[in-house]
Write a protein that binds this ligand. Structure first.
Ligand code: BT5
Length: 200
């Protein structure tokens, strides 16, 4: 479903059946995780929500799908930022309901906020590849998703800072666990905001 200006594609997708896809020209209240804003002037970004089956590693599967759809320079920052040269080019927001999950993906195409990156690719081409990759990676076995995520990430093998509920932890990002949790110096994080502290 293509829409013009909406508050958030997530809100429209929530009431649609599994398999639905909502693409907007503009969002007046695009959102990230934890009540953060997602900004994009009209017509400058891919703003899409997919209605999918629930899946415990959906955000990592969507990250892999989005990285594959964007091209080979794109890397993933845990849990699911898309980076080009260390700068954010896209983000993913998974909102799970009782019987489905809505996976929202925003990718900068012709505009990016200060310090962020843009992809400079035609929206319909990115959307077509993304739709195909979402289908493939949300159906893939978890170990395949985790394996591909490890190959595409810029987070593992680095010193990181994790902020979670006001608590800050610094250490080595060693691996991801079977449910996609980030292991920092042996401690598993299921959520949090990560800053990369060192070059890879
Ligand atoms: C995300 O949140 O990165 C998830 C963004 C998901 C957006 C899509 S668009 C379609 C669907 N409908 C919605 O309403 N949302 C989804 P988070 O990790 O919390 O990062 C948010 C932070 O990214 C903000 O606080 C800003 O610092 C930064 N940011 C905002 N807009 C950006 C942009 N266009 N490019 C790069 N960074 C941005």
């Amino acid at each position: 479903m293509r829409v013009g200006s909406v508050a958030s594609t997530q809100d429209i997708a929530r009431d649609l059946p599994i398999g639905s896809i909502v693409v907007a020209e503009h969002q007046s209240a695009g959102r990230g995780r934890l009540e953060r804003r997602w900004e994009a002037p009209a017509g400058t970004a891919l703003l899409v929500s997919f209605v999918l089956e629930r899946n415990p590693i959906l955000s990592l599967a969507a990250g892999v799908a989005a990285a594959q759809a964007c091209g080979e320079d794109v890397r993933l920052k845990w849990p699911n930022d898309l980076l080009v040269d260390g700068r954010k080019v896209g983000g993913i927001l998974v909102e799970a309901g009782v019987d489905r999950a809505v996976c929202g993906i925003g990718i900068n195409l012709t505009w990016a906020p200060e310090g962020a990156a843009r992809l400079n690719q035609p929206r319909d081409e990115v959307l077509e590849r993304l739709t195909e990759e979402i289908g493939r990676w949300t159906a893939a076995p978890a170990d395949e998703v985790l394996g591909r995520w490890r190959e595409l990430t810029a987070t593992l093998g680095r010193r990181v800072r994790v902020e979670l509920a006001g608590q800050i932890t610094e250490g080595m990002a060693e691996d991801i666990g079977p449910h996609g949790e980030l292991i920092v110096d042996g401690v598993a994080f299921v959520a949090g905001s990560v800053t990369h502290l060192t070059e890879q």
